[in-house]
Design a binder for this molecule. Structure first.
Ligand SMILES: O=C(O)c1ccccc1N[C@@H]1O[C@H](COP(=O)(O)O)[C@@H](O)[C@H]1O
Length: 241
């Protein structure tokens, strides 16, 4: 059985590595240099980095140059997201050398474009399904974007390779992941699911690992690492096959 992939997160707001609560603008806790954070996760043994341009997601600017610097400095696989909503931003994202990008708002607002780029780029495209309950949220999680399962069925039919599922109510709270949501999404698609939101302990990671046979491929870990609930080395050991 494959082991759960861990994706330590570096979310960038105004040039700083930050963590949010419920993804809310203004709830930032700053953790300094995004490049230093990314290099630290890589040095600790990460195989992936989850890298987010929050300003681009919120529409308050972008950190494009810094994001490219961080992605370019990585020897590990990078999953990049935030503000990737058209050909120009997708081209810039892919030019960083990232392994894949997550599209959030675009999947809700410009589904035809997303279907096109899925057809063109295959598994370099994942879709971020960020939900409150079963309602999708976009534009910095400030706007409703329709029903999770209706959108999932559409994206499956269009060949989407992978989903990154975030329970917004859990995000940044250290309240534990929404295992029921993850099970339900895995039951609704045969594509791999990356879990995000709420991881607070090594036991949370072990619990998500138990969902690997159901289709969970990875878990994004943010606040728990920055709050030093555990080290990345301990997390990697906890999920080792
Ligand atoms: O990661 C966050 O905390 C976050 C908070 C608010 C909005 C987005 C956030 N992260 C990721 O950014 C993309 C959405 O960006 P876009 O809608 O495609 O521009 C998505 O992967 C979110 O999980």
């Amino acid at each position: 059985m494959p082991k759960l992939e861990l994706l330590p997160a570096v979310d960038v707001r105004d040039g700083q590595a930050v963590r949010l609560v419920h993804g809310e603008s203004g709830s930032e806790t700053s953790y300094g240099s995004p490049l230093e954070a990314a290099l630290a996760w890589q040095s600790a043994g990460a195989e992936w980095l989850h890298l987010v341009d929050l300003d681009a997601a919120f529409g308050t600017g972008d950190n494009r140059t810094l994001i490219a610097e961080v992605a370019g400095a990585m020897d590990i696989k990078v999953e990049l997201s935030g503000g990737i909503r058209d050909d120009a931003s997708l081209e810039a994202a892919l030019a960083t050398g990232c392994r894949r990008v997550n599209l959030g708002t675009a999947a809700l607002e410009t589904p035809e474009w997303v279907a096109k780029v899925i057809a063109e780029h295959g598994d370099k495209i994942a879709v971020g399904l960020d939900v409150r309950g079963t309602t999708l949220r976009g534009r910095g999680w400030t706007r409703d974007g329709g029903d999770l399962y209706e959108t999932l069925a559409r994206l499956d039919s269009e060949g989407c390779a992978r989903y990154v599922v975030t329970d917004i109510a859990k995000d940044g709270t250290l309240q534990g992941p929404n295992l029921g949501l993850l099970r339900d999404v895995c039951a609704a698609t045969d594509r791999p699911v990356v879990a995000s939101g709420g991881v607070s302990s090594l036991d949370d990671l072990r619990a998500i690992s138990l969902l690997v046979p159901e289709g969970v491929e990875g878990a994004i870990v943010g606040k728990a690492l920055y709050a030093k609930a555990f080290t990345l080395e301990e997390a990697l050991k906890a999920v080792a096959a």
